[in-house]
Design a protein around this ligand. Structure first.
Ligand code: NAD
Length: 509
C-alpha cells in the first residue's frame, strides 16, 4: 500500500469545514488514523474546570432555548441538515480516515446524520401530549412535554459522529442544550461536526432566529471528562454509548443522583438460518453483518446458528467469502474490510480466537494482513465453527469474528439465541411464516432489534434503536425515543366554581 499523507489531507478537510488549526495542532491528545497508524492530529484536552464551566454555560443556554417555540428549534436542525448535506463528502472522508471505515460507510454515517435531522424537523411540530378523560366535572386533564435541561452525550469510537446526531438533533428540537464528550480516539470528526453545527447556528441567527451561545458544546478528553458529565447535578440526562464495562460504571453513578440514563452498550448479535432460508440472500446478509466495518459495529453479527439440513450448503460458501473478501485501505475503491481501530483491538481478537480454539473451535481466517505499516492492524475476518455456545462466544469481542454453530430444533435454538447477557440485535433467515412470527413474538428474540430475512446490522433512524439486558435498555433515534429528552407533566385544570376531589374524598372546611 502506498502511504498517503493523511495528516495533510485531514488538515485540509478541517480547514475547509471551518475548524481553526490551533484546535488540532500542538495539544496533548494524539490522534492516529487506523488506515496507516500515523498521527493525524494533536488536540488540546479540556481540563476538569473547563468541562464544568462548559456545563454551567450549557445550563444558561438551556434556560433561554427552552422558551423558543419547538418548530423554530426545528428550523435550526433543518439548517444543520443542510450543512451536513453540503459537508457530506468531506465529513464522510474524515470518518473513513479517523475510524477506518470504507468510503460508502463513512458517507453512510453522515447520511444517517442527515436522516435524523429530517426526522427531528418533522418531530419539532409533533411533540404531542394527550388529553385525558377526567372523573371530575368541569375539569380538564392533559399531559404536556417540557424541555429537560443540558443533555450529556458520551459517544464511542465506532460511530464517531452519527451517535451525537441521534441524540443532539432530538435533544435540541426538544428544547435542550447539549454537551458532547466524543471518544478520545475520534475527536477530529467531532471538531468537524461542531464546526458544521456552528455554521447552521450562524445562519439561524442571521435569519432572525433567537438562539443562545453554547447551545451545543464539545469537550475533548478521556473518561475523566465523561465522569464529570455523569456526576454533574446540572445534567439531568446522560446518553452514553460504549462498552458494557463503561455502562456498569456510568449507570449506577447516574442512578445515585436520580439522573436519567440512556445506555447504549455492547451487543452479541445472532442470526438463525432455518431449513427454508433463501441461502443466496442469507450469504449476503451474513457477510455484510459479520464482516462489514471490520466487525466493529455494536450490531455486528457475532453468532450464527445454522440448521443442520443446510449447514453443509451454507458454511463452505461463507468460508469462501471469508477467504476472498477484499481487505485493505478503506479509502480505496473496492475494499470491503478496513482496519481494526488499534493494536489493543487486534490483541483482543487474537486472544478470543485462542480461547475459541481451546474450546474446540475450528478457525478459518483471523490472521493479520500486512498493509505496509507496522502500526496499522488489518485482519482477515475469522469464521469459527464451534461445537457449542461457550467461552468467548458469550462475550462481545469488538472484531470480525463469526462463531458458527449447528442446530436441529427451533425452540432449542431460540433458547440458545437468548442465552447470552447482551440483547441488542438479532435476525432469522427463513421462509417459514411460523418461525418468522415466533422469532419476533413475545417468546422469540429477547433483543431490542429483531429482523427477518436481513442481518442484525444496519438500522434505519426511523425505528427506536437500542437493546435489552447488558446492552443497557436505552432507546435513541426514531419512534418515540424523543420522550427521553423531555419531562412529562400531568396538568389538571378546574374551570368550574366547585372543588370536587378525586375518588369522592370529602374535605369541607
Ligand atoms: P468505550 O466504552 O471504551 O468508550 C465509550 C465512551 O465512553 C468514550 O467516550 C469513553 O471516553 C467513555 N467512557 C469510558 N469510561 C467511562 C466512564 N467511566 N465514565 C464516563 N465515560 C466513560 O467504548 P468504545 O471502545 O469507544 O466503543 C465500542 C463499544 O461501544 C462496543 O462495546 C460497542 O458494542 C459499543 N457501542 C454500542 C452502541 C449501541 O448503540 N448499543 C453503539 C456503538 C458502540
Amino acid at each position: 500500500m502506498s502511504k498517503p499523507d493523511l495528516a495533510s489531507e485531514v488538515s485540509k478537510i478541517l480547514t475547509d469545514l471551518g475548524v481553526s488549526a490551533d484546535r488540532y495542532i500542538g495539544g496533548t491528545l494524539a490522534v492516529t488514523s487506523p488506515v496507516t497508524g500515523a498521527e493525524i492530529g494533536r488536540l488540546k484536552e479540556d481540563s476538569a474546570a473547563e468541562a464544568k464551566a462548559a456545563i454551567d454555560k450549557a445550563h444558561d443556554a438551556f434556560l433561554a432555548w427552552r422558551n423558543v417555540p419547538a418548530p423554530k428549534r426545528g428550523e435550526l436542525i433543518r439548517l444543520l441538515g443542510e450543512e451536513l448535506r453540503a459537508g457530506k463528502a468531506a465529513l464522510g472522508r474524515l470518518v473513513s480516515i479517523e475510524v477506518g471505515k470504507i468510503t460508502s460507510e463513512g458517507l453512510g454515517e453522515v447520511q444517517e446524520m442527515i436522516d435524523i435531522c429530517d426526522f427531528a424537523v418533522g418531530l419539532s411540530r409533533q411533540l404531542y401530549g394527550l388529553t385525558i378523560a377526567t372523573e371530575r366535572s368541569e375539569h380538564r386533564m392533559m399531559e404536556t412535554w417540557h424541555p429537560l435541561g443540558p443533555i450529556g452525550i458520551i459517544s464511542a469510537f465506532n460511530f464517531p459522529v452519527a451517535v451525537w446526531s441521534w441524540n443532539a438533533a432530538l435533544a435540541i428540537v426538544c428544547g435542550n442544550s447539549t454537551i458532547w464528550k466524543p471518544s478520545e480516539k475520534t475527536p477530529l470528526t467531532a471538531l468537524a461536526t461542531q464546526a458544521l453545527f456552528e455554521k447552521a447556528l450562524k445562519r439561524f441567527i442571521a435569519e432572525g432566529g433567537d438562539a443562545p451561545a453554547n447551545l451545543s458544546t464539545l469537550i475533548i478528553g478521556g473518561r475523566d471528562l465523561g465522569e464529570i458529565l455523569v456526576d454533574h447535578p446540572k445534567v439531568p440526562l446522560v446518553s452514553a454509548t460504549g462498552s458494557t464495562a463503561m455502562g456498569r460504571v456510568v449507570g449506577p453513578r447516574l442512578a445515585g443522583r436520580f439522573a436519567r440514563a440512556i445506555l447504549e452498550l455492547g451487543g452479541n448479535n445472532a442470526a438463525i438460518v432455518s431449513p427454508t432460508a433463501d441461502l443466496d440472500l442469507t450469504l449476503r446478509g451474513v457477510a455484510f453483518s459479520a464482516m462489514g466495518t471490520a466487525g466493529q459495529r455494536c450490531t455486528t453479527l457475532r453468532r450464527l446458528f445454522v440448521h443442520d439440513s443446510v449447514y453443509d450448503q451454507l458454511v463452505p460458501r461463507l468460508q469462501k467469502a471469508y477467504g476472498s473478501v477484499t481487505i485493505g485501505n478503506p479509502l480505496e475503491q473496492g475494499t470491503l474490510v478496513g482496519p481494526l481501530i488499534d493494536k489493543q483491538a487486534f490483541d483482543r481478537m487474537q486472544a478470543a480466537l485462542g480461547e475459541a480454539k481451546s474450546a474446540g473451535g475450528k478457525v478459518t481466517g483471523g490472521e493479520r494482513v500486512e498493509e505496509g505499516s507496522a502500526d496499522a492492524f488489518y485482519v482477515r475476518p475469522a469464521l469459527v465453527e464451534m461445537p457449542a455456545q461457550t467461552g468467548p462466544v458469550e462475550q462481545e469481542t469488538f472484531a470480525p469474528i463469526l462463531y458458527v454453530m449447528k442446530y436441529s430444533d427451533f425452540d432449542a435454538v431460540l433458547a440458545l439465541h437468548n442465552a447470552v447477557p447482551q440483547g441488542l440485535s438479532s435476525s432469522i433467515f427463513t421462509n417459514d411464516i411460523r418461525e418468522a412470527e415466533a422469532f419476533v413474538s413475545a417468546r422469540g428474540s429477547d433483543c431490542g432489534i429483531a429482523n427477518v430475512n436481513l442481518g442484525p446490522s444496519g438500522a434505519e433512524i426511523g425505528g427506536a434503536f437500542g437493546g435489552e439486558k447488558e446492552t443497557g435498555g436505552g432507546r435513541e433515534s426514531g419512534s418515540d425515543a424523543w420522550k427521553a429528552y423531555m419531562r412529562r407533566a400531568t396538568n389538571t385544570i378546574n374551570y368550574g366554581r366547585t372543588l370536587p376531589l378525586a375518588q369522592g374524598v370529602k374535605f369541607d372546611v
